[in-house]
Design a protein around this ligand. Structure first.
Ligand code: KG4
Ligand code: ZN
Length: 339
């Protein structure tokens, strides 16, 4: 089965053709970074307008690169939640119209689950595993039984990890997108320049949860309080110390999830999975089997949507034309936290 995957939940306009949920025939990602750069953040109205302009060309390019005609498609998978609703609607409406005109089924896919599917496009991964989904909108730790079944153990109680990177980068004008800029600057900075605080969450109720508002406040408002006097207040030192603190927060919760479940296989997905400190630190742990997607599959892309959507379509779990777009992930709001 050849599935067209469409992803327009935020600022990447992407389309991809994936065969049998595994083989990427094409993965076109049109990034809107330059459009949002002057605002140091994604402007939703601009994002949806660009998706409207770009979607037809991006899909055509995906088909061309895959070397197939639209008549050879067996189905369409499209992100319908979570994300910026105006942007989601562009991809979703396109997918509905395209599927209807071609007489093929389509299915709505959850963006968060799709992120965790990304490494499955590159590796054969056995279930169960501990999944870490870490992006600009989500920070989730869960026990993953299969591609569709994630028992959430912990999540952020305020900002997402990537969001904290973006806010710190924006405040100090370190570059855009923030996570990439901080990662790059960190390589020239000293991680010990600042001792930023660790969140003190309730050890029972919030055993696997993370929080970033305290760290963000410390970095933005209380730099001098946490500075080790022998080090300079340079952008590189701020970046390196912040990055270490931000990633260690989530690693500490992940460690507990691994210890408590006894599951030693860890799969990471989402934009922050590209972070070099996170990748190096986790991969250096010889007691774990750690799987990251390659860098192009960390950030938003249509391949992960097509890959996950294949499984639904193969089980005849189709969506109908009444499907809507939603800002939040329904599986997260409906979940009871697993312990
Ligand atoms: O998955 P993604 O493309 O979009 C969402 O679903 O949110 O993730 C984007 C997030 C942004 O917050 C961005 O700053 C962060 O991923 N990011 C990084 C890195 N590359 C992207 N954060 C830290 N280090 C990176 N290398
Ligand atoms: Zn994403």
């Amino acid at each position: 089965m050849k599935i067209l995957g469409i992803e327009t939940s935020c600022d990447e306009c992407s389309a991809s053709v994936v065969e049998e949920g595994k083989h990427i025939l094409s993965n076109i990602i049109a990034s809107q970074t330059e459009i949002h750069k002057p605002y140091r953040g994604v402007v939703p109205e601009l994002a949806s307008r660009k998706h409207t302009e770009w979607i037809v060309g991006v899909v055509q390019e995906a088909l061309q690169k895959a070397g197939i005609s639209k008549q050879e498609l067996d189905g369409i998978a499209v992100t319908n939640e979570p994300g910026l609703v105006g942007s989601l609607i562009v991809g979703l409406s396109f997918a509905k119209g395209y599927a209807f005109s071609l007489g093929i089924p389509f299915v709505g896919v959850d963006h968060v689950k799709a992120h965790l599917y990304a490494p499955h496009l590159e590796y054969d991964i056995e279930y169960p595993y501990i999944g870490l989904i870490i992006s600009g909108g989500h920070t989730l730790i869960g026990k993953v039984e299969n591609y569709d079944q994630i028992s959430i153990m912990g999540s952020t109680i305020d900002d997402a990890c990537g969001e904290a990177f973006d806010k710190v980068a924006s405040f100090y004008n370190l570059g855009y997108p923030g996570g990439v800029a901080i990662d790059r600057l960190s390589k020239k900075g000293n991680q010990r320049a600042f001792d930023f605080p660790f969140p003190s969450l309730h050890k029972g109720v919030h055993r696997y949860d993370v929080s970033y508002s305290g760290l963000k406040t410390a970095v933005v408002n209380q730099l001098d309080k946490f500075r080790n006097k022998q080090y300079e207040k340079t952008p590189e030192n701020i970046a390196a110390s912040f990055q270490k603190a931000a990633i260690e927060i989530v690693l500490s919760r992940l460690k507990l999830a691994i210890e408590d479940t006894g599951i030693r296989r860890v799969v990471v997905g989402g934009g922050v999975a590209a972070n070099s400190y996170l990748r190096e630190t986790l991969k250096s742990n010889r007691d774990l089997e750690v799987i990251f997607p390659s860098l192009p599959l960390c950030t938003d892309n249509g391949a992960m949507v097509a890959g996950l959507g294949y499984h639904y379509l193969a089980e005849s779990r189709f969506s109908d034309l009444g499907l809507n777009a939603y800002p939040r992930a329904s599986f997260i709001s409906q979940s009871t936290i697993a312990t």
